[in-house]
Design a protein around this ligand. Structure first.
Ligand code: AMP
Length: 227
């Protein structure tokens, strides 16, 4: 199944922190030709700039808080403009609040992306498993690949096996920030699922499996929905 040049499909991936959204969306991009807008990555990149906007974004991201909706709207409107019409597209980590649902609908409309070809992929994961994953999560500072300490890289690795960049911990993967991100997820993101309940738009996936099994489940569900 390769979606390129096919239909104007738009997928939004949501799920608790550590549910593997980024891993899965990257796999879909590679296997099926989706373009991915990784909202957290866009915000992290912007937060590294020394502009007033960068500093403002940083103050939210490092505390695990939701970045204000007007900033999200601006950032995503610009990102979507770079995407060709007819290009299958994934938003990773959006919409995260009910207000952002309105932004999503506005963006779909403005870019002639039909609601008929839109689905929300929800990756579920028990809290305990997610916390354990985030504690072990490491990232390459250079190529931004994600690893699991002691599983996909040897415990305590300092150098990326792919590009020799430096292996770091994401600054918001500290225990107190992890806790905050979960609170935010429960309070603000779960209502997004309620909003789409009963519309046939939610594709619920069990994230508590190895990445390949999660990927298989996503592909099977997508096939049923979009052929
Ligand atoms: P993620 O990489 O998806 O775990 O996101 C990291 C952080 O970026 C979150 O804890 C938020 O501070 C911010 N963020 C990501 N996506 C959004 C969004 N859709 N709306 C607001 N803030 C976001």
């Amino acid at each position: 199944m390769n979606m390129k040049g096919n239909r104007n499909i738009t997928l939004c991936f949501i799920g608790p922190p550590g549910s593997g959204k980024g891993t899965q969306t990257r796999m879909l991009a590679k296997a099926m030709g989706f373009k991915v807008i990784e909202v957290g990555d866009c915000l992290r990149d912007l937060s590294k700039t020394r502009s007033a906007l960068g500093r403002k974004i940083k103050s939210y991201v490092e505390k695990g808080k939701i970045v204000p909706v007007d900033i999200i709207e601006n950032v995503l409107t610009k990102e979507v403009k770079k995407i060709k019409k007819g290009q299958p597209l994934i938003f990773d980590g959006f919409p995260r609040t009910k207000k952002q649902v309105k932004v999503l609908e506005k963006i779909l409309k403005a870019n002639k992306r039909s609601f008929d070809d839109f689905y929300l992929v929800y990756i579920s994961l028990p809290l305990k498993e997610a916390v354990s994953r985030l504690r072990k999560r490491r990232m390459c500072e250079k190529c931004e690949s994600i690893f699991i300490n002691g599983v996909t890289i040897p415990k305590g690795s300092k150098i990326c096996p792919l590009c020799h960049g430096k292996i770091i911990r994401r600054s918001d993967d500290k225990p107190e920030v992890i806790r905050k991100r979960f609170q935010v997820y429960k309070k603000q993101t779960e209502p997004v699922l309620d909003y789409y309940k009963g519309t046939g738009k939610i594709i619920k996936i069990n994230g508590n499996q190895p990445p390949e099994a999660v990927f298989k489940e996503i592909k099977k569900n997508l096939k049923q929905k979009i052929g």
